[in-house]
Write a protein that binds this ligand. Structure first.
Ligand code: DGY
Length: 313
């Protein structure tokens, strides 16, 4: 029997064809009873292919004695117990770099959507409101301060784009990055206070859980907008809903949520919020590159070659 690849998803546009020759590809997402399928193949699973919505726990990792690699179709890996993987000599790979520009573009799309009220404008026409009255005004980006939370691969691309929009770029993170010309803050409340737009681009996980809480939202203030293209876990979601309802912040553009694909219904009736179904990297070109990286990492591991994008902890 060929080694088994336990595939939690279809690897996007590219699919899994390139892996069929080497692996018995078990398409878990097509199985009626995924748990029973895992039990059936558990002793032969060598590789896992997953993405952000699949929790890869210590329990699962330790139930697969031959597991060598977990390849996630995402830059984020907070859904994987990487410490458990390390403890069990399992390597983890992700898809950095290839999706940074795309995800930054999604951040810009949300920034423009909230400042220019684009989603509301579209609805305004569709439901015939324009016939009765003009739209409320938006707010300008030029000259405004944008606070970027996490100046990594995606954050630095957002910074570059915002600078091209003649915005004043500042950033928050665990450490100052002297290579960049932007002002650094080591205090999340202070950066929120000074920002007109706060854009979250940091990794998820324990270190950033609920980083944006009621105090930070209050510091952002009634003219401030929050954009989240990071992880739902970075924001205290009930606090955000409350702040939006009470108009203690001006609005939000959200691509990520705490319990995806479930989105709190409170958002649905808010005209100061733009919602996206976690599509940060979702274009044909970028998803193709991500899928190829997943394949190349898995094949490299099996061939004993150097991994392309290993997660190091
Ligand atoms: C990822 O790949 O981790 C991001 O969520 C893309 O939006």
């Amino acid at each position: 029997m060929k080694p088994v690849l336990l595939s939690f998803h279809g690897n996007g546009v590219l699919g899994l064809d390139q892996l069929e020759e080497t692996f018995e590809v078990v398409k878990l997402y097509k199985e009626k009873d995924p748990e029973a399928t895992i039990q059936k193949y558990k002793d032969d699973v060598v590789a896992i292919n997953c993405t952000v919505s699949h929790k890869i726990s210590r329990k699962l990792i330790e139930a697969l004695p031959k597991l060598q690699i977990i390849a996630t179709f995402s830059v984020g890996y907070d859904h994987i117990d990487v410490q458990a993987a390390k403890d069990n000599n399992v390597v983890v790979t992700n898809t950095p770099d290839v999706l940074c520009a795309e995800t930054a573009d999604t951040g810009m799309a949300l920034l423009l959507a909230v400042s220019k009220r684009l989603a509301e404008g579209d609805m305004y026409i569709r439901v015939g409101k324009w016939l009765a009255a003009d739209m409320p005004l938006g707010v300008s980006l030029e000259g405004k301060t944008v606070g970027i939370v996490g100046l990594g691969g995606i954050g630095s691309k957002v910074a570059k784009r915002c600078a091209a929009f003649d915005m004043n770029v500042v950033y928050y993170g665990p450490r100052e990055k002297k290579d960049y010309p932007y002002k650094y803050y080591d205090d999340i409340t202070e950066i929120a206070k000074d920002s007109d737009f706060l854009i979250l681009t940091c990794p998820g996980g324990e270190a950033t859980a609920n980083l944006i809480d009621a105090n930070v939202l209050d510091a952002l203030g009634e003219k401030g907008f929050l954009i989240n293209i990071a992880r739902g876990s970075v924001v205290d979601e009930p606090a955000l809903i409350e702040a939006l309802q009470a108009k203690r912040i001006a609005g939000a553009g959200l691509d990520v949520f705490a319990k995806e694909p479930h989105v709190p219904e409170e958002y649905f009736s808010m005209d100061n919020v733009v919602l996206l179904p976690h599509i940060g990297s979702a274009t044909v070109e970028t998803r193709t590159k991500m899928g190829q990286l997943v394949i190349d990492n898995i094949l490299a591991q099996l061939a004993g070659k150097l991994l392309l994008t290993e997660v190091k902890i």
